[in-house]
Ligand binder design. Structure first.
Ligand code: TRP
Length: 327
């Protein structure tokens, strides 16, 4: 078991997860759990960078954990834990903050995008340091691979720079982690936006019931040139077609032909699509119900994950201290 390479994956707890998370991240995490030793981090401190109201963070963390379990992550194989419960993240973050310049962090394109998208006027010191904390998350567990979307690649690059800098200065301890990019990384939002995201309000949640899914799909944006059944459509620009590709692969060819010729109308196409999504989610939602009804089991999983994560974190920090001649 110790020979398996290590993966550190993480998400910020912003509430219940949506299909974009499932397709773009979780399914990949589930696939990786046998070949690698995985650590799954709930980045609750990182959540504070964009929302200081911490009332919901705990509840969001639990909801996210339940979605992880429902998607098939196995706590026997991979510890799942909250960043805030492992104090070593803070300690390593502080040490790492001396190994990178503020100018380097100001150049981080992910931060620039976030400032623009969220209209942030004044960036906090902690937000600037977001990737430094992420580097601590990864390197505390000596993660060698990090499954992420494109937007996180700059953070992995910063992690590599910090690892290199530490190793040169104090001695070889940390790996230089590599990103693992997912193939089906993006699912478009219901509004036609490239990405499904909570802030855009264009999501289908993993936990949405059948009626909600049907309603949401009914309102989805389609090819504006296809106004009524009979009009030829362009599946390549239609998000519903992308959903068919993912959730209804057996029928995509028919759908494509029907859409192009006009024989298939959007109403029917959307209905078919919602049915496929509903049945795709059905076993996941069944598992979700089980965990919702057994909160003690969920808390036990968290406690156990935090215990295991803490053991590794303490070990790494004692190596850091010894290389730095601290105590
Ligand atoms: N920054 C990541 C995101 O927003 C979340 C995260 C925090 C993370 N720490 C991590 C991801 C460590 C991978 C590894 O998606």
């Amino acid at each position: 078991m110790s020979k398996k390479k290590r993966i550190l994956s993480g998400m910020r707890p912003t509430g219940k997860l949506h299909l974009g998370h499932l397709v773009g991240a979780l399914e990949n995490w589930v696939k990786l759990q046998d070949e690698y030793q995985n650590f799954h981090l709930i980045a609750d401190y990182h959540a504070l960078t964009t929302d200081l109201d911490s009332n919901s963070i705990y509840q969001n963390s639990i909801e996210m954990l339940i979605d992880w379990l429902a998607a098939g992550l196995d706590p026997e194989k991979s510890p799942m834990f909250r960043q805030s419960q492992i104090k070593e993240h803070c300690e390593l973050h502080l040490i790492f903050s001396m190994l990178i310049t503020s100018a380097r962090l100001e150049r981080n394109p992910t931060l620039k995008d976030q400032i623009r998208d969220l209209n942030i006027e004044n960036v906090t010191y902690g937000h600037l340091g977001y990737p430094v904390l992420q580097a601590a998350d990864i390197l505390l567990y000596k993660g060698e691979y990090v499954p992420v979307g494109e937007d996180q690649v700059p953070h992995i690059e910063i992690t590599r720079e910090i690892a290199r800098r530490f190793n040169q200065q104090y001695g070889n301890l940390f790996p230089e982690p590599e990103p693992l990019l997912t193939k089906f990384a993006r699912l478009p939002g219901l509004d036609g936006n490239q990405k499904m995201s909570k802030s855009a309000g264009n999501t289908i949640l993993m936990s949405d019931d059948s009626q909600t899914i049907k309603n949401k799909l009914r309102g989805a944006v389609t090819d504006p040139q296809k106004i009524r059944k009979g009009d030829p459509g362009r599946p390549e620009i239609c998000l519903v077609y992308t959903y068919h590709q993912k959730f209804n692969p057996e029928e995509t060819q028919n759908i494509e032909e029907g859409c192009r010729s006009g024989a298939l109308g959007c109403v029917e196409c959307k209905l078919k699509c919602s049915e496929k999504i509903i049945s795709y989610l059905s076993p996941i939602q069944e598992k979700r119900k089980y965990f919702e009804n057994n909160p003690d089991i969920v808390l036990d999983i968290l406690r156990d994950g935090e215990l295991k994560a803490h053991q590794i974190a303490t070990q790494t920090m004692s190596e850091v201290h010894s290389l730095m001649k601290f105590g």
